[in-house]
Design a binder for this molecule. Structure first.
Ligand SMILES: NC(=O)c1ccc[n+]([C@@H]2O[C@H](COP(=O)([O-])OP(=O)(O)OC[C@H]3O[C@@H](n4cnc5c(N)ncnc54)[C@H](O)[C@@H]3O)[C@@H](O)[C@H]2O)c1
Ligand SMILES: [Zn+2]
Length: 362
């Protein structure tokens, strides 16, 4: 069989995630819901890369809205523009939106769908690795607002997700390898067995066969599904999704021109592992495992020398969960096991320890 189906826990209901191996995407049109009109919100670059697929999606009363996928276009203005376009086409309740692109396009299209007439159906067709293993499941739809990331949004469930590793062949090596980190992060924090099953795939990750890549994607999705089942709203256990993000965000903000999200999160994970080690929560082996992950994926293991410790510390103060000078981190006791106290997964770390951990990474 070239297609399999997993049910995903959503915000209000379960929905199917289809995992397809059909290299020509021929099975996609048949999976989409019947509609009078189909509004296809698609990444401009993807439209150029996969013209035949776009033609097939359009054939069934489809209208295509191309999106420039950069954060400056993930805005309220773009949301309003899309609503206006759809309004002009006299939509009805039975119509549906199909999002074709990375996390950015899916977030924008999902939010549009959740607002038009109080919600019409939408389907996610993720074309990036982040899109496939992270953004298409979790039900979070959003746009940026006044410079604040994902500030305006809703929780709303797609009708279905269509995941096909064939889309990933056109991603650049740096994109692929850095996008893998969010999946690895989740296994590392929550599932020892899954992590070690996958660890070996990280070497030469970019040149894995499409078949093996599909296997990687399936495993990372299953790691996220297990988390969503327990805590979709990220109240407690779901905070594992923030592993590596405390220091990662600070490093990303200070290097947003030269470093992407995955690269900064990778370093943030290494900072967290160093902290666990300094606090005696975990052993040296955990730090070495982190370093090995970054080596295999070819991601940076050192903080850029142009980024000073004091600048990072200043940024950490802006962390939303900062408590009077002590900084909250998700820490691991070991692979697959988060440090936790009374159901609280944030460990409050003295700033001296944070400083020492960061200092070791120059
Ligand atoms: N809602 C969630 O749970 C969630 C999770 C993770 C990320 N996100 C959001 O997703 C966005 C990041 O998503 P992303 O990493 O998928 O990147 P993206 O959607 O920003 O796309 C990155 C780049 O890849 C290009 N691209 C897309 N598909 C391609 C393909 N098949 N081949 C070649 N190039 C392709 C795009 O045009 C773009 O230039 C952020 O806005 C983030 O906030 C949301
Ligand atoms: Zn992230």
């Amino acid at each position: 069989v070239s297609i399999s189906k997993i049910l995903c826990t959503g915000y209000v209901r379960k929905y199917p995630v289809y995992l397809s191996k059909d290299g020509a995407f021929g099975d996609l049109p048949g999976l989409l819901p019947n509609t009078r009109k189909r509004f296809i919100i698609a990444d401009k670059k993807v439209i150029e890369l996969f013209p035949e697929l776009m033609d097939r999606l359009k054939a069934d009363n489809g209208v295509v809205f191309p999106i420039v996928a950069d954060e400056d276009h993930k805005t309220f203005g773009e949301l309003e523009r899309l609503c206006g376009k759809i309004f002009g086409l006299k939509p009805c309740r039975d119509d549906a939106i199909v999002a074709v692109g990375g996390g950015l396009v899916m977030n924008l299209a999902g939010l549009t769908a959740s607002l038009v007439m109080r919600g019409i159906r939408f389907c996610h067709v993720p074309t990036t690795l982040t899109g496939q293993i992270d953004a298409c499941i979790g039900s979070k739809q959003a746009v940026n607002f006044m410079g604040a990331k994902n500030w305006i949004g809703t929780y709303s469930d797609p009708e279905l997700c269509y995941v096909n590793p064939g889309f990933l062949r056109t991603l650049e090596k740096r994109e692929m390898n850095s996008q893998a980190i969010e999946g690895v992060k989740l296994c590392l924090a929550t599932d020892r067995e899954l992590f070690y099953e996958t660890f070996g795939m990280l070497e030469g990750f970019h040149s894995l066969s499409t078949e093996r890549l599909g296997e990687f994607v399936r495993r990372m999705i299953s790691a996220k599904l297990a988390v969503l089942k327990k805590d979709l709203m990220e109240k407690d256990y779901g905070m594992c999704m923030l592993y590596g993000h405390t220091a990662g965000h600070a490093i990303e903000m200070l290097n947003h021109k030269s470093m992407n999200h995955g690269e900064a999160v990778g370093l943030g994970m290494l900072v967290a592992a160093k902290i666990s080690n300094l606090l005696g929560i975990s052993d040296d082996g955990l730090v070495r495992t982190h370093e090995e992950i970054l080596s295999r994926l070819g991601l940076p293991k050192r903080i850029p020398s142009s980024t000073s410790i004091s600048a990072i510390e200043e940024m950490l103060k802006y962390n939303k969960k900062n408590y009077s000078g002590k900084i909250p981190f998700i820490l691991l006791r070991g692979v697959g096991e988060m440090a936790e106290r009374d159901g609280n997964y944030f460990s409050i770390v003295p700033k001296e320890t944070v400083r020492e951990a960061i200092k070791a990474l120059y």
